[in-house]
Design a protein around this ligand. Structure first.
Ligand SMILES: [Zn+2]
Length: 127
């Protein structure tokens, strides 16, 4: 994957956070839900636990003493998914939703934009 590295200044704030439950909108696991393990803002991508697994074929490296990492074989690991292909699932209404931001008690919080819900998703600062 020849993804271009962007947002080197760190100005990009994805709507997904690690720990969020998300719905996957594109790729081989489209329609699946998963939990965000890691967000990579500079790549606009996120790792979703157990999703978008790719199998990498690897040749042995390292001569006599090889670590598990260097052994030849097939290694399966989750590949990052672009954040635009992820939709946050609201913990309150359990539906994939668009995320809004609002200021509450001096902090920016994320909230569910789904009609009839509008619950605050978390209270972590979104600076
Ligand atoms: Zn909701």
């Amino acid at each position: 994957m020849a993804a271009k590295k962007r947002h080197l200044g760190g100005e990009f704030k994805p709507h997904v956070r690690s720990g969020d439950e998300v719905l996957i909108l594109a790729g081989k696991d489209v329609g699946e839900r998963g939990r965000v393990a890691k967000v990579m803002p500079q790549w606009e991508r996120a790792i979703v636990e157990g999703r978008n697994i790719v199998i990498r074929h690897q040749k042995a490296r390292g001569g006599q003493q090889v670590t598990a990492e260097q052994r030849a074989g097939r290694i399966s690991k989750p590949a990052p998914i672009h954040v635009s292909n992820l939709m946050v699932i609201c913990p309150s209404c359990n539906q994939p939703t668009r995320i809004g931001h609002q200021r509450q008690e001096g902090k920016w919080v994320r909230f569910c934009k789904r009609e009839g819900c509008g619950e605050i998703i978390d209270r972590r600062e979104t600076t």
